[in-house]
Design a protein around this ligand. Structure first.
Ligand SMILES: Cc1ncc(COP(=O)(O)O)c(C=O)c1O
Length: 384
């Protein structure tokens, strides 16, 4: 039956790449826990499957769903967000190339460029991506193969203007890469704003239940997708069928989870704004956040991550993290349960001493989907 309009996000999350199994009618894709596939005579592949590093039906279902959610022609799933990033850089760049990375980014991304890819012959500069003039100047001074951004950033929640940076990148022949982990495709679709490649740590909101590590790349150009698929197979950092299945199960509720994450985060950000022990709240949904207007333009809502700076400094920030009870002290983010962490000593320890170093008084909250009154009670006692 011809439909009058394209399927909406929540419909795609539940159905894209996930037609009932043609053999049994199973309504969710089975976990094809196999390494190899019988061939109908030499070279006679059934449905294109020969060996699960190259392709596996459960992973295909996840990749088709991710492509649909990010509005791209192709997606590739990996063992982790870092595996996806590494595969992308080594497919798109060559030793001697230059890239621009954010001033403010996930510490592991910085470590990949600074410690691993530097040894492979890649150079980088870090630039404040919320300042398009600074990006333009950096690219004029030295062309780059990739302009790599996060928006909102981890952990300072600064915002970069995807459409503006896509224009700047393309003027100089660079590709714009957007790490969309914090927003998720429900809140922001970078390819529709001109980006070339989206990176996800699907470990976070996409999976959503803190039970699986994974990563993904979604591309605007199908030819680049083929190149990445070649590298995915050649380098082999794929996720296994069970991990792909868990991620896909999480995706089905992405939209409803994100709305609840946003509801709770908005209330918590507002509460912290008035707390005497809090010096600054970093949440793009607050009207006085420097990136608020850009975020309102390119995001559906403002996400579930809230950072704040403790008036009492680093020791106080550490104490608050240790006193929280419902907010579990832990790394990672984007799961249904709320987490609290001290970025300087935890997720961002690897950027100490670099331009990306984060303040010691900073606390990062991954606001979960629990009853918000309970979360507020916990913060009240942790800040007391
Ligand atoms: C913004 C961002 N990008 C990438 C990653 C890396 O993802 P993974 O831990 O799945 O390798 C993380 C992990 O925290 C992240 O926060």
């Amino acid at each position: 039956m011809d439909s009058q309009h394209a399927d909406g996000f929540d419909t795609l999350a539940i159905h894209a790449g996930q037609d009932p199994d043609p053999v049994t009618g199973a309504v969710v894709p089975p976990i094809y826990q196999v390494s190899t596939f019988k061939q109908d005579g030499v070279g006679g592949l059934r449905g294109g499957y020969e060996y699960s590093r190259s392709a596996n039906p459960t992973r295909t279902a996840l990749e088709e769903c991710l492509a649909a959610l990010e509005a791209g022609p192709a997606a590739l799933a990996f063992a982790s967000g870092m595996a996806a990033s590494d595969a992308l850089v080594r497919a798109a760049c060559r030793p001697g190339d230059h890239v621009l990375i954010p001033h403010d980014a996930y510490g592991g991304t910085f470590r990949l460029f600074d410690k691993v890819l530097a040894g492979w012959g890649l150079t980088y500069d870090s630039v404040p991506m919320s300042d398009p003039a600074a990006v333009r100047a950096a690219l004029a001074a030295r062309p780059a193969r990739l302009l790599w951004i996060e928006t909102p950033t981890n952990p300072l929640l600064s915002i970069a203007d995807i459409a503006v940076l896509a224009g700047i990148a393309h003027d100089t022949g660079a590709l714009l890469v957007v790490d969309n982990t914090f927003a998720s495709p429900y809140l922001q679709q970078p390819l529709t704003l001109g980006a070339d490649i989206v990176v996800h740590s699907t470990t976070k909101y996409v999976g959503g239940h803190s039970d699986v590590v994974g990563g993904a790349l979604i591309v605007a150009d199908a030819a680049l997708g083929d190149e990445l698929a070649y590298h995915q197979n050649a380098m082999g950092a794929i996720n296994g069928p069970f991990d792909a299945w868990l991620t896909l199960r999480g995706i089905k509720t992405l939209g409803v989870r994100m709305d609840r994450h946003c509801d709770n985060a908005e209330r918590i950000a507002a509460y912290l704004t008035h707390h005497p022990k809090v010096a600054t709240v970093l949440y793009p949904g607050l009207p006085d956040h420097p990136g608020h207007e850009v975020a309102a333009k390119q995001m559906k809502r403002f996400g579930g991550m809230v950072s704040f700076r403790a008036r009492g400094g680093e020791a106080e920030a550490v104490d608050i993290c240790n006193r929280a009870r419902l907010f579990i002290l832990g790394e990672s983010l984007g799961g249904v349960e709320s987490l609290i962490e001290h970025p300087k000593r935890m997720t961002h320890a690897s950027v100490t001493g670099s331009e990306l170093e984060v303040p010691g008084d900073l606390i990062r909250l991954s606001v979960g989907i629990e009853d918000c009154d309970d979360l507020l009670d916990d913060l009240r006692q942790a800040l007391a």
